[in-house]
Design a protein around this ligand. Structure first.
Ligand code: CAO
Length: 426
């Protein structure tokens, strides 16, 4: 049996280019013309075909290697001359059996199989353009069902796969979280001046896939509103310690938590979660645990303040301070980050007016709070100075409609308004 080398052929401008995919494996039988690796340069990608038929005995390259014309790719045991036609026929027959899909798959079929498909043992047929397209979207071409002849994957198949995957509760494949974060840039920052490269804090690395998943899978809409909190602020600033007479350190956030919980009681869909849209099920929570986004030197953390409905303003305020400190000291238990109703992200102590917070999945809404300011407001026919609080409510449009979101904000406004500020304090 003779073994020969398969080398990188002359492929025009492709010199010192990166191997981005190995399309075959040791022991696999291939025929002349089958693609064996994919190369990608700055401008385009190309599949390199084998110029012989036989069984692969060794692969001498790996993904990431850079190759040029004449470099060894793999070794192949040639078929015996007398058997060559028979062997090629056998391989073709096997491919026909392995790839029976000759007409386009219906969407339904793709959906049920999407997480179980294992095409990794087979040669995946797809053009370099389609492979590149899939890669850019973070989809693994090896698990995308191909609808064309011999299971070849088309651009449409990739799009369907992504669309269906968006409705699944799990990522399209195990690596998608990481792939989504792999944004390649085509130059080095150091080409333009002095730079300093540091490690990304661990908390930010942990939070990143969670944020990407939420942003990519939930159709976010953000509703902005302004709330007149003049009376609430007067009341808050009047609160003093019963024994010492000293002013109590209570921030507007404790009132906002109470106002939010009162609104959640009236609008249960904001206190819900959907895990899998295709199951048609929604979970309504009967508890009121509010997540608070805490800014720490290590990154953002979102601990929960449990049973807000049972606590008064003063207790909530001191619990908030303690929990925020625990986060900053990295002394908080991981369990405290789970099981929330809705999250509040308050930039009120920092500044700005309005922003678009990202929903803390699996919750369905998040309330962004900005810094209150004194404004001249026309009340009746007179301008009056009032304290105005900007809020931004991001919600999952699959579950919550715009009108409901506007009503929910009206409810929060009423709860923080002059009629309710005192009630909430109890
Ligand atoms: N308008 C005006 N002033 C406000 C306010 C508001 N909406 N909210 C708070 N303040 C004031 C407070 O009353 C306090 O004033 P004093 O110093 O005079 O007492 C000051 O701002 C600082 O408040 P604080 O930020 O320390 O406390 P808090 O209860 O408002 O917030 C916490 C606590 C943990 C939420 C906050 O410290 C924090 O980390 N915020 C950042 C959250 C964040 O990063 N969100 C973005 C997430 S999206 O990337």
């Amino acid at each position: 049996m003779s073994v020969i080398d398969i080398k990188v052929p002359n492929i025009g401008d492709f010199k010192d280019v990166e191997i981005i995919e190995i399309l075959v494996k040791i022991g696999q039988e291939i025929i002349k013309g089958d693609s064996i690796i994919t190369l990608e340069s700055d401008k385009s990608s190309v599949e390199v075909p084998s110029d012989h038929s036989g069984k692969i005995s060794n692969i001498n390259v790996k993904v990431g290697d850079k190759v040029s014309e004449g470099d060894l790719i793999l070794k192949i045991e040639l078929f015996q001359k007398e058997n060559i036609q028979k062997d090629i026929k056998q391989i073709n027959d096997t491919k026909e059996i392995q790839q029976p899909i000759e007409k386009p798959l219906e969407k339904k079929e793709i959906k049920t199989n999407i997480l179980n498909i294992d095409k990794t043992d087979k040669l995946v047929l797809a053009s370099p353009r389609v492979r590149k397209f899939a890669r850019e979207l973070g989809a693994d071409i090896n698990i995308i069902p191909g609808s064309e002849k011999f299971g070849r994957v088309s651009e449409e198949d990739v799009k369907n796969f992504i669309k269906v995957g968006l409705n699944q509760k799990e990522p399209l494949n195990k690596d998608i979280k990481n792939k989504n974060l792999q944004n390649k840039i085509e130059y080095s920052h150091s080409e333009f001046g002095e730079i300093d490269v540091k490690d990304i804090p661990r908390i930010k690395k942990l939070a990143a896939p969670h944020l990407v998943n939420s942003f990519n899978t939930i159709p976010h809409v953000t509703h902005h509103d302004e709330i007149d909190i003049t009376e609430m602020e007067e009341f808050r600033n009047s609160l003093t310690d019963y024994y010492t007479g000293e002013k109590l350190k209570i921030t507007p956030l404790a009132f906002i938590m109470k106002a939010l919980v009162a609104a959640l009681k009236k609008f249960p869909s904001f206190n819900s979660s959907i895990e899998d849209m295709s199951s048609g099920k929604i979970t309504f929570k009967k508890y009121f645990h509010i997540g608070i986004a805490v800014d720490t030197p290590n990154g953002l953390m979102v601990p929960k303040i449990r049973q807000v409905e049972k606590k008064n303003i003063q207790n909530l305020s001191s619990e908030l301070r303690e929990v925020a400190q625990k986060c900053r000291d990295l002394k908080i238990d991981k369990k405290e980050f789970y099981g929330g109703s809705m999250t509040i992200s308050s930039l009120g102590g920092i500044g700005g007016s309005f922003f678009t917070p990202i929903i803390n999945y699996p919750e369905v809404a998040i309330l962004g709070v900005s810094k209150s300011n004194k404004k001249q407001i026309l009340l009746g026919d007179r301008f009056t100075t009032r304290t105005i609080l900007p809020i931004s409510l991001s919600y999952d449009h699959r579950i919550i409609d715009g009108a409901e979101a506007a009503r929910f904000c009206n409810e929060i406004r009423d709860n923080l308004g002059k009629n309710f500020a005192f009630k909430l304090a109890i």
